[in-house]
Ligand binder design. Structure first.
Ligand code: ADP
Length: 486
């Protein structure tokens, strides 16, 4: 196949969350399986890996004629194509920011530029063309792509061999707006109904995700659990009916993880400041060194036996940070240490600061986005907390397990798919799970994990090792993507 993945973010160049990681890793895994693979992403900054191709394409975007350029880098078998346009420049730290019109403009432009890329960008040889061509779009920001593919190409007998897949990473964001805005998107009138949605949340409105879900040839949700949940009233955010209607073309594929970025054996962030690389064979010494180094780096008392719990993630209602806050006094009373890293909602950022201020000897709340610290917390903690209210896939629990850090998760979406609850009778499982997103259920799970850590260290170690020894790589997921038959 010729595969073109399109996304608003792509690690290591741009990332705000899991989508960036997926865009960074899935193309490489598909390329390893022998597919010619291109990843089309915005050029938010002057990335040194991307070279000016000299290709410029004129296009009409939201009523204005404009020109895009393409930069290209061939890395790990993948053609990374960076779309160059003034609307992306300077947005490196604010990918989704700006007013509605400028966000829509960037989304429309990226989709149009991606549809033209296989024709114009030489990619070190001949352009891809449309033979066996599959576009993989991601979330609402690129949901216009399947619509444009149909309306601007296939309806004119162009790209008749090309197909589109839309991957659902998060249903909570849908590109909603006033219905009148559809007129600005260069959509033929007979397709405007695709964008029209009435629901109690938004009333009658324009919904870009809805149009993409209908127009795409196939849909993928980032876990089996999420494929089911987004068809329910709780998980569909108003689009559950649309998804139920199109369930025939929807399947769940759990994200993999990129061991090149996240492996305790080779992680470059563990090579200094007292941290060290480790694997399953030297987990005891390796994790002890990383735990001590983390405690030292953050100025917490160095104690090998205190249960050290971590949280990394966007500070958002979705991530259940408030459930950690609700259990804070209990955790402190238990004598645990708690390290939180995140950025997002102001009130939750303040919660982190308040928790740290109130228990400076036991808690650190690091507000910001810091990849190195994320790696170090993942390595140094004994347990990682993910009390997400919903979690389409979640990557931090995968990283945690690979690092021998035991995840404690709300059994929902991808967390339920990937973390198997510890069963002391059969000595199975890779973490602790709880079924209700409330403070009490979460507390019980943390209590059990801490109890096992303190009283049954061998059992705890076995949970860690089972997590570490799993194959969580993208290779399997890439094979499943390949099977999304069109
Ligand atoms: P989501 O995509 O919903 O944000 P995921 O668990 O799928 O959640 O992916 C989150 C990714 O973003 C992980 O790679 C995680 O380490 C990273 N991340 C989130 N917040 C931070 C932060 N404050 N600093 C560094 N990395 C972060």
């Amino acid at each position: 196949m010729n595969v073109v993945l399109v996304g608003a973010e792509c690690a290591p160049w741009s990332k705000t969350g899991g989508l960036g990681d997926v865009m960074g890793a899935l193309p490489k895994a598909l390329a390893r399986r022998g597919h010619r693979t291109m990843a089309v992403v915005p050029r938010y900054s002057n990335y040194e890996e991307g070279w000016e191709t000299g290709v410029r394409v004129r296009m009409r975007v939201m009523g204005s004629d404009t020109e895009v350029g393409y930069f290209h880098g061939y890395i790990d078998g993948v053609d990374y194509v960076f779309v160059d346009h003034a609307c992306f420049q300077g947005r490196q730290g604010d990918i989704y920011g700006g007013d509605r019109q400028s966000i829509l403009f960037r989304c429309a432009l990226l989709c149009k530029a991606a549809l033209e890329a296989p024709w114009h960008v030489p990619c070190g040889g001949a352009p891809y063309g449309d033979e066996n061509l599959v576009f993989i779009a991601n979330d609402w920001h690129t949901a216009l792509l399947p619509v444009y593919l149909q309306a601007h190409y296939r309806d004119y007998n162009k790209m008749t061999f090309a197909r589109s897949v839309l991957v659902i990473h998060n249903m909570a964001h849908q590109g909603r707006g006033p219905l009148a805005e559809v007129a600005g998107l260069e959509i033929p009138e007979h397709y405007t109904h695709l964008f029209q949605l009435y629901d109690p949340i938004g009333g009658e409105h324009m919904n870009i995700f809805k149009a993409g879900l209908i127009a795409a040839h196939r849909l993928v949700a980032v876990s089996h659990g999420y494929a089911w949940e987004c068809q329910t009233a709780e998980g569909g955010w108003g689009l559950d009916g649309v998804l139920r209607e199109h369930a025939w073309k929807l399947r769940g594929i759990v994200n993999g993880m990129d061991y090149a970025e996240w492996s305790p054996q080779s992680d470059p962030h563990l090579r200094s400041d007292g941290y060290s690389n480790y694997g399953p064979d030297d987990i005891a010494a390796g994790k002890a060194r990383c735990k001590a180094a983390l405690q030292r780096e953050l100025g917490l008392p160095e104690d090998p036996n205190v249960p050290l719990l971590g949280f990394i993630g966007r500070l958002d209602y979705q991530k259940g940070v408030d459930l950690i806050r609700d259990n804070f006094d209990w955790l402190m009373h238990e004598g645990a240490q708690l390290v939180l890293l995140g950025s997002g909602r102001d009130d939750l950022e303040n919660s982190l600061r308040e928790m740290e201020a109130s228990r400076h000897q036991q808690c650190r709340g690091w507000v910001g986005f810091n990849v190195r610290l994320a790696h170090r917390i993942t390595a140094g903690c004994d347990m990682l907390l993910m009390p997400s209210r919903f979690e389409p896939c979640g990557l931090n629990q995968l990283y945690a397990m690979a690092y021998g850090t035991v995840p404690i998760v709300h059994a929902v979406g991808g967390l339920r798919d990937t973390v198997h609850p510890y069963n002391p009778y059969e000595n199975t499982g890779t973490g602790w799970t709880f079924d209700w997103a409330d403070a009490g259920s979460f507390r019980d799970a943390m209590g059990n994990a801490i109890y096992t850590y303190r009283e049954f260290r061998d059992s705890f170690r076995a949970v860690q090792l089972r997590g570490m020894r799993q194959d969580l790589s993208w290779d399997h997921a890439a094979e499943l993507y390949e099977q999304v038959r069109l």
